[in-house]
Design a protein around this ligand. Structure first.
Ligand code: NA7
Length: 538
């Protein structure tokens, strides 16, 4: 890449992405008086909630905590209709945020950042968009989301399929006609489950291609009336004070100690929390399930029992109930009548463990043993290159021309998920080694990271610093702390996007910081208070 500069635009800060993080980052930096602009591939705001418009997409964080908490008015002037609303309502909320804060005037939509090159002599970045714009900026702030690089070109022959083929996160805005069609869904993660349970009534025939089954927890999703809305709004101050300090940024935290209870007592607790119909069984029951194999097995067996009770056929039990990893070491999905779908006469679960998909052919999906499943529509609920993919798909060049894609293909490292050594003045959100890479109520973690970045830039300007870079030593220390914490956690032993094992060749590391959101917040604040310890300011 030529190190020349003929910029169309000069900025103090360029933000990539107009989702939850990018919108708030823009608002804060604009308030500080920076010349700042967001670049966004999509045609409107929303990030995850713009892209994931597949049937059944919805929250599994309670809506009243998936919120910006910096403004009481912004919080209280929006009312949710349900505990776990669906994507269209969430997208409307994001539009409300953009409108209220008048953000769109500083966002370039339908514009993709293609490359970013750091110019050491100037301490600034040259950013180029796929549309041909060249921008000169002091700070490059990535707000790309951790699940935004879809794994969509997975199977040979996809392009030759005679029917329609969609990845869930690239669902057509105009919708897809599934009525009366033979539909195949590949993938049974949180997304696949939402799709399957939602489209089952509409399609003529449904084939679900199952490789790794999931522990399923039934969601309880009551509608909110005016009194419910008033009640959660009354808790604004409480939520604002609580959420940033819990283990996962939810309102609830681990409440029970396994060793303190008898077998009956534990059972009672599990039953009660299961009945709550939320992620509490995972994030607010027994922390020991993440560290102690025996506790993990007991809790897993509790959930398996619940699943067995809903499945009449032993073959289905074998295919759909996880046996080889512990509950909660993979992202726990919430579902509604998901398991019951498989009892419907027009639904078939196709096991892939011994007989994987070999390729897509014009007629449908061909398995390794030669079985052909003829289909009109194929839905790939096959997940994402999480945490890293959004940035490695951009050609990012740091000091001395180093490439982030190449660096992360050897070893995925960051300093607190906020910066990467070798990439001065690049500040990051939702990348690995922070809770925002996975284990968090995303709005809690993204607000915390974007606020940290805003304060860092304020500090630099107040103290006449032009460049910030994570030091090698600081990064080594963070990576070591991260790994120590993660390696003690059973999450590190399970294959999933949490460990990067869903992408061939990706270096294995637990992507999310597992020391807890409250602890992470404290550590990042301590670094800032100590004059940005672990960073070189110049
Ligand atoms: P996930 O959780 O990564 O799930 C992807 C699913 O696709 C999973 O069942 C995979 O099976 C399956 N998959 C992926 N590649 C293949 C191939 N080649 N053959 C068969 N099956 C395959 O992604 P989601 O979109 O569901 O969820 C991502 C996050 O979004 C979720 O955790 C929430 O945080 C929101 P595998 O497990 O690899 O055997």
């Amino acid at each position: 890449m030529a190190n020349t500069l003929a910029a169309n635009r000069t900025l103090d800060a360029l933000i990539i992405g107009a989702g939850v993080a990018g919108l708030y980052q823009l608002h804060m930096l604009r308030e500080q008086g920076l010349d700042v602009r967001v670049y966004e591939t999509a045609s409107d705001v929303g990030g995850t909630w713009y892209w994931n418009r597949y049937p059944g997409a919805r929250f599994d964080s309670e809506a009243y905590i998936y919120q910006y908490l910096f403004s009481e008015d912004l919080y209280k002037n929006w009312s949710w209709s349900q505990r776990f609303p669906d994507q269209p309502e969430i997208e409307r909320w994001m539009h409300y945020i953009a409108d209220e804060l008048d953000l769109r005037r500083d966002i370039s939509f339908s514009t993709s950042v293609a490359s970013a090159e750091y110019r050491e002599d100037a301490g600034r970045w040259t950013v180029r968009t796929a549309e041909g714009e060249v921008i000169d900026t002091q700070f490059l702030i990535t707000c790309c989301g951790m699940l935004s690089a879809p794994l969509q070109d997975l199977f040979p022959g996809q392009q030759d399929f005679n029917g329609s083929l969609f990845h869930t996160s690239r669902w057509p805005r105009e919708g897809a006609d599934l009525a009366g069609k033979r539909v195949g869904v590949v993938g049974t993660g949180a997304t696949g489950i939402q799709v399957i349970q939602t489209i089952v009534d509409e399609v003529a025939d449904l084939k679900v291609f199952v490789r790794t089954p999931q522990y399923a927890i039934p969601m309880k999703n009551p509608s909110y009336d005016a009194a419910d809305v008033a009640a959660y709004k009354d808790r604004f101050e409480e939520l604002r004070n609580t959420l940033p300090h819990t283990f996962t940024g939810f309102e609830y935290d681990f409440r029970y100690i396994w060793a303190d209870l008898t077998a009956e007592g534990r059972r009672e607790v599990l039953e009660e929390i299961y009945e709550n119909g939320s992620l509490q069984l995972w994030l607010a029951s027994f922390a020991e399930m993440f560290f102690d194999e025996d506790v993990s097995e007991e809790v897993s067996e509790f959930v398996r029992e619940k699943m067995r009770a809903r499945l009449s056929d032993p073959e289905l039990c074998k295919m759909l109930i996880p046996e080889d990893y512990g509950f909660g070491t993979h992202r726990v999905p919430l579902e509604t009548n998901y398991l019951e779908v498989y009892h419907r006469p027009h639904v078939t679960a196709v096991g892939l463990r011994e007989n994987p998909i070999s390729r897509i052919v014009p007629e449908g999906v061909l398995l390794a043993d030669g079985t052909l499943h003829e289909l009109d529509v194929i839905i790939l609920a096959t997940g994402f290159d999480a945490g890293t993919g959004a940035l490695t798909r951009i050609d990012i060049r740091g000091r001395d021309g180093r490439s982030l894609k190449e660096d992360w293909s050897r070893d995925i490292r960051t300093t607190m998920g906020l910066a990467v050594h070798g990439y001065p003045n690049m500040l990051t959100t939702a990348v690995p080694l922070a809770p925002s890479a996975a284990l968090c109520n995303m709005t809690t973690c993204l607000q915390q990271q974007t606020e940290w970045i805003s304060e860092c830039i304020r500090y630099m300007r107040d103290n006449d610093h032009m460049v910030i870079e994570a030091t090698r030593e600081g990064e080594d220390a963070w990576v070591e702390h991260h790994d120590e914490t993660a390696d003690a956690n059973l999450i590190s032993k399970t294959d999933s996007w949490y460990t990067g094992s869903n992408v061939e060749g990706k270096p294995r590391r637990v992507l999310s910081y597992t020391g807890g959101v409250g602890t992470y917040r404290q550590k990042t604040q301590e670094a800032a208070t100590a004059g940005y310890k672990g960073f070189d300011l110049r």
